[in-house]
Write a protein that binds this ligand. Structure first.
Ligand SMILES: [Zn+2]
Length: 79
């Protein structure tokens, strides 16, 4: 949970983070890499390897007030 500005509400609201893995040609083996990435991500290890792994996921933030989703990793609105 984090507070950030919601363009739909026009005010600062609580947002929750949603992470979806992009489809990849590597199948299940990527899941293990994804788990490894997440554990690194949430422990705050934002190193080069983790940043490279960001290409494998879509990260959204959803407003808990109105449910508006924003695709956070591209900085564009997502409906
Ligand atoms: Zn909102």
């Amino acid at each position: 949970m984090s507070d950030s500005y919601c363009s739909n509400c026009g005010k600062t609201c609580e947002h929750r983070e949603i992470i979806k893995q992009k489809k990849s040609p590597y199948g299940k083996s990527r899941k293990e890499q994804f788990k490894a990435f997440l554990s690194g991500f949430f422990s705050g290890a934002m190193v080069g390897g983790a940043l490279a792994s960001l290409e494998l996921i879509d990260r959204y933030v959803q407003c808990t007030n109105c449910g508006h989703k924003t695709l956070d990793n591209k900085g564009e609105e997502f409906q």
